[in-house]
Structures are given as structure tokens and as C-alpha cells.
Ligand binder design. Structure first.
Ligand code: HAM
Length: 413
């Protein structure tokens, strides 16, 4: 029989790793509730043109990384590489309220070279906030991102911010500066120079970094309005105790950003995938995709990368524990079944085996499932009406009535 294997660049996630995923998703969802964002679910498949228009024909994602195919009717479909364009499409198509604060969770697909923290199918948790053009919203969205990372347990991520709203002369100035050093650039950057000179700033290759050293900085060439907004955002972040670094070389891989952009980075992953969360303002995308001109800002974080960072700081995840495992004599399986359901009603995390088995084998299962206590229902217990409760760490055993078990186990660490 042939054995099947998962495809390259994708992942199976299961316990105990999935326990960390549950924690990350749960923490993010609680923060979304505090900020009053509502869940939006959009399909994983879309028409390809949504992304080629939305993200930019010339971006790496569109040029090299799309998972596209023709369906049975010959429609050109893509597995979404990101969430923003899809959410904007849904916002326009469903005439959602002009002011909408939305969050999402789901798979994205990019045909990239797989490595730690870089997959072909990966999960993003993201937000898109429509209808608020003020710098307060930029600061609020960045604060939301930072609150999520903190509540997930990531304390040492560095927040980089930049603004991309340059005045008319900036790009020409930048282009002619880099043009003079064209020979030092990698082939990719030589191609980028004419269509998006700013992308060259972001290249990590030695020659390109040397070529752009001393290049005019975008933050010195912001439009007056963008400059004032950027200043206000920085003040608001400072005022709220959110540490950040202005990084005028930070450019994003998607074309839709119009002003503030930001990234949270870590040194726990390789240099090519050290960004765990990224986003920014995109005030033209709704209009470009056929809606009314609407200001918008948002971000997305990659769950796989968050997991890798947590693993590096917390160590390998532990199996989740059980408050109690019910060990039963074969004559009392029904009684055990009733007890598990009444304990669960009282909020006790418990389990039992339903097969007729020796006590020894049941205790073994209790240990492997990390049960803190075992409740034993044997002949003596059934007669006396009291159950034995065994502490699986110390080994101490006591007699206890069914009614007392829940109260005893509740509130134990
Ligand atoms: P992005 O920077 O392309 O932005 O991706 C956001 C995050 O998704 C990255 O910081 C990273 O954590 C994760 N990610 C990206 N590619 C991969 C991959 N191949 N494997 C694992 N994780 C990955 C966006 O997608 C924008 N839609 C963000 C946004 C929302 N901007 C405004 N609103």
C-alpha cells in the first residue's frame, strides 16, 4: 500500500503544538472583542485579477508566488495569498457600513521556498479597519497588534514604523541616486529600479545595501499632511508606552500601502522571515477595487511564526493536563460515565476509558494523559458510596463522596 505524505511547504499541526495555536487564537480573539472588531470570513478562492490588481502586478507575490489554476469552466482562480484584497472585495460587494472594524483568521497560500517560518500554506490572523483616516486609527491599530502580541506572551518583538506618503519629487531623486550605482545591484533590484525604486531599499544583499547607503530617506520627504500625521502617530504611541523604531528603509512587499506601514520583528527566526506581524494604511485600495474612496488600515500576523518565536522563548510546548481521569471496575463503567458528565458540568476537565480494562492499564493511560488526580470506582467504592481520589503526583489517596469531588478539584493549580 502506498504511503501518502503531505506536500512540500505545508504543515500538520497537532497536540501539543496545537495547544499553543489554541492559546494564540484565543488571546487574539479576546483582544478583538475589547476593541469591538467583528469576525469576517471570506472564501479561500478568488478571481486572480483581485490580487494582481490589489497587491500589484509587479510585486513578488503576484509575479512568482500565486497558487493559481483554471477551474472546470476555464475561470482563472487563485488560492488567496493574503487577506486584505479579499476583505476589501467583501466590504464593497456586501455594502458593509463605511466604518467597519473587521478581523479574520484563515489559510493563505504562497508558492515560496519553504524554510522555518516560511510555508506554502500558512495561517494569518488579521484585521482590516475601514472608514477612519485619522492618525488615531493608525495608532489604535498598532496598539491592537501590540496588545495581541503581549497577551500571547511575545514580549521582545521590535516595532518598526515608516511612512510611504512621499512628496512628488522623492521617487525620482531616489531613482537617480541608485541609478548611479546600478552596477552594484543584484539582478532583481536592477529590474525593480525602474518600476519601484523604493523596493531596492529593502534588499538585504550586500551590494544593494552598499548601493543604497546614504540614499535620500523617505521620512525626510513626506507630504506636509503625511508628515503631520506621522508625527501624531509617533506621539500617540509614545503616550501609550508603545516602544517603536522609525525605519525609513522599511518597505512592504505589497503595493497597496499609501502612508504608515509597520512591522513587528524578532531575532528568533531567520533574517528572511523575521517579521511576525505586518501591516499599514491603504487609502486607495477600496476605490481601486471598484468601491467608493475609503480610508483603511490593517495588519496580519502569521501563526506559524508566532509559534516558532514562542517555542524559542518558552521551550517545547507541554501536553495539556487533565484535572481527573476516572478509573473504573468493569462493572461500573456506567457509573463512571455519569460521573464524567457531572464533573464536566461543574467545570472539571476529565476523561475515562470506556473499555473493560485492568486498573493498571487505566492508570497508565491516566499518567500518559497527564491527569492530576484519578477517581477510582471499584467494588468497595460502589458499596460505600465514597470514591477513592488519588493524587497522581504525591500518590496520596483519600475517600470522598461524588458530591465533594468537584469542589475539591476546582481551583487546584
Ligand atoms: P504580509 O507581510 O505579506 O502582509 O504577511 C503578514 C504576515 O504573514 C507576515 O508578517 C508573516 O508573519 C506571515 N507570513 C507571510 N508569508 C508567510 C509564509 N510564507 N509562511 C508563514 N507566514 C507567512 C499581508 O499579508 C497583508 N495582507 C497585511 C495587511 C493587512 N496589511 C493591511 N492589512
Amino acid at each position: 500500500m502506498m504511503k501518502y505524505q503531505r506536500l512540500r511547504g505545508v504543515k500538520d499541526v497537532f497536540s501539543p503544538e496545537s495547544g499553543v495555536w489554541e492559546r494564540v487564537i484565543g488571546a487574539a480573539f479576546s483582544v478583538f472583542k475589547l476593541y469591538n472588531y467583528s469576525l469576517i470570513i471570506t472564501p479561500t478562492i478568488e478571481e486572480i485579477s483581485l490580487f494582481s490588481r490589489g497587491i500589484g502586478e509587479a510585486s513578488d507575490i503576484v509575479m512568482k508566488e500565486m497558487y493559481d489554476f483554471n477551474d472546470k469552466k476555464g475561470r482563472h482562480i487563485v488560492l488567496r495569498p493574503e487577506g486584505t484584497a479579499s476583505v476589501v472585495r467583501a466590504y464593497i460587494e456586501n455594502s458593509l457600513p463605511e466604518k467597519s472594524d473587521l478581523f479574520y483568521l484563515g489559510q493563505m497560500f504562497r508558492y515560496e521556498r519553504p524554510q522555518t517560518g516560511r510555508y506554502r500554506e500558512f495561517y494569518q490572523i488579521g484585521v482590516e479597519a475601514f472608514g477612519d483616516a485619522t492618525p488615531y486609527k493608525d495608532a489604535d491599530v498598532i496598539k491592537l497588534a501590540s496588545d495581541i502580541l503581549n497577551s500571547v506572551g511575545i514580549k521582545d518583538a521590535v516595532l518598526n514604523i515608516n511612512c510611504l506618503a512621499a512628496d512628488a519629487g522623492y521617487y525620482e531623486k531616489l531613482k537617480s541616486f541608485i541609478e548611479e550605482k546600478r552596477a552594484m545591484l543584484c539582478e532583481d533590484c536592477r529590474n525593480k529600479l525602474s518600476r519601484a525604486p523604493i523596493r531596492v531599499l529593502d534588499c538585504k544583499k550586500e551590494g544593494c545595501a552598499a548601493a543604497t547607503a546614504g540614499a535620500p530617506l523617505i521620512t525626510d520627504h513626506l507630504t506636509p499632511e503625511a508628515g503631520a500625521n506621522f508625527l501624531k502617530i509617533k506621539e500617540l504611541l509614545k503616550g501609550s508606552g508603545t516602544a517603536f523604531k522609525v525605519n525609513p528603509l522599511m518597505v512592504r512587499g505589497l503595493d497597496y500601502y499609501t502612508a504608515t506601514v509597520f512591522e513587528f520583528t524578532t531575532d528568533k527566526l531567520g533574517p528572511q522571515q523575521n517579521t511576525i506581524l505586518a501591516g499599514g494604511r491603504y487609502d486607495n485600495l477600496v476605490e481601486e477595487l471598484g468601491g467608493k474612496k475609503t480610508p483603511a488600515t490593517g495588519f496580519a500576523m502569521g501563526i506559524e511564526r508566532i509559534f516558532e518565536v514562542l517555542k524559542a522563548s518558552e521551550g517545547a510546548p507541554a501536553l495539556s493536563t487533565l484535572d481527573a481521569f476516572i478509573v473504573v471496575d468493569k462493572a461500573f463503567i456506567d457509573r463512571g460515565f455519569e460521573l464524567t458528565s457531572s464533573l464536566r458540568k461543574a467545570g472539571i476537565k476529565c476523561a475515562m476509558g470506556h473499555e473493560e480494562r485492568s486498573f493498571k492499564s487505566q492508570f497508565r493511560e491516566a499518567e500518559s494523559r497527564k491527569a492530576k488526580f484519578c477517581v477510582i470506582i471499584g467494588e468497595n467504592e460502589a458499596k460505600s458510596g465514597k470514591y477513592s481520589l488519588k493524587d497522581m503526583q504525591g500518590g496520596a489517596q483519600q475517600e470522598i463522596t461524588a458530591a465533594e469531588i468537584a469542589a475539591f478539584l476546582k481551583g487546584r493549580p
